[in-house]
Every structure is written in C-alpha cells, then in structure tokens.
Design a protein around this ligand. Structure first.
Ligand SMILES: [Zn+2]
Length: 168
C-alpha cells in the first residue's frame, strides 16, 4: 500500500462510526480531526481547484466547482496537509507533479475507502456495472471519474468496466 493510501485509510478508521451507513465521508469531521478549517472562495485564477495555507491551518476550495469536485478538492488539500507537503500550495486543474499525485491518491482513498467500495460491490452485485458506478458515485458524493480511477487503484476496474461503454 502506498503511503498516501495508508495515511488516508488510517484517518478514515479514526473517524469511522458504528452507525455509519454508506453516506459520504464527512469532511468537516475529517478537517476537525486533523486540525484544519475548510473555506470556499472564488479564486482570481479560475483554474485553481483549491489551496492550502499551512500556517493558518486553512484549506480553500473553489466555490464554483460541482459538489463532488469541491469535496475532492477539499480532501486533496487535506492530503497535502496530512502528508506534510511544505509551504502554501495552490492547486490548478490537471497538474501531475509528485505531490499532486500523492494528494489525489490520498483524496480518492479518503472519499472512497477500499473497504467501503468492496462492501458496496457485494451489496449491489445484482445491479448492472454501469448503473452500479452511478449509484455508488452518487451515494459517496464523488464524481464517476474519481470512482473509476479508484476502482483501478483497488484492482476492481475489470469488473467495473464490463458493460461500461464510455471509459475512454
Ligand atoms: Zn495539490
């Protein structure tokens, strides 16, 4: 298991509750747990997803994103914080530096825990794969694209892709 995945999984286990029922991971609880605050803002540079002002313990998320993308951006910035990436960070769309990749891996693992995805897949095994992806993405408040990447990471992409015409 890669370090960002390990960090996210450990964090998720720390906030897991007995009465948890397949709802989106509560990022306010996560933020409180690690000691940061999440705020939204309208960046002058439109193509920024989010930012981390480390010394202020504050994560900023672009308010014009869709809800799933805002959640992913917040989890990504929390990832930079938890993974110890130094300095203040401003995260544009589609940048693939090592730290960005690590923060994305962290965010995916936090919002779509491997244990949860496996439970969902069993629970929804009688539903067609394409529909299942849509249902799970909706239930976890993540984008279908984030979920499809995550399925690859946890080695379930083959099963997810069957009957799924638009992966390209
Ligand atoms: Zn970033």
């Amino acid at each position: 298991m890669e370090w960002p995945e390990f960090a996210a999984t450990s964090l998720w286990r720390g906030i897991w509750r007995e009465d948890w029922r397949f709802e989106p991971v509560d990022l306010v609880t996560v933020a409180d747990y690690v000691g940061v605050e999440i705020l939204t803002w309208h960046p002058e540079e439109e193509k920024l997803n989010g930012a981390l002002i480390r010394n202020a313990g504050t994560v900023f998320v672009n308010a014009s994103l869709t809800r799933p993308r805002m959640r992913f951006a917040a989890a990504h910035e929390i990832g930079h914080y938890v993974l110890g990436h130094e300095g203040d960070l401003f995260c544009p769309y589609g940048r693939y530096a090592v730290q960005e990749r690590e923060a994305n891996l962290f965010a995916a693992a936090l919002l779509i825990p491997a244990a949860v995805i496996k439970l969902f897949w069993l629970k929804l095994s009688n539903i067609a794969p394409a529909v299942r992806v849509a249902v799970v993405a909706e239930r976890l408040a993540v984008s279908r694209q984030a979920l499809s990447y995550r399925l690859e990471t946890v080695g379930m992409a083959g099963r997810a892709a069957r009957g799924w015409p638009c992966l390209a």
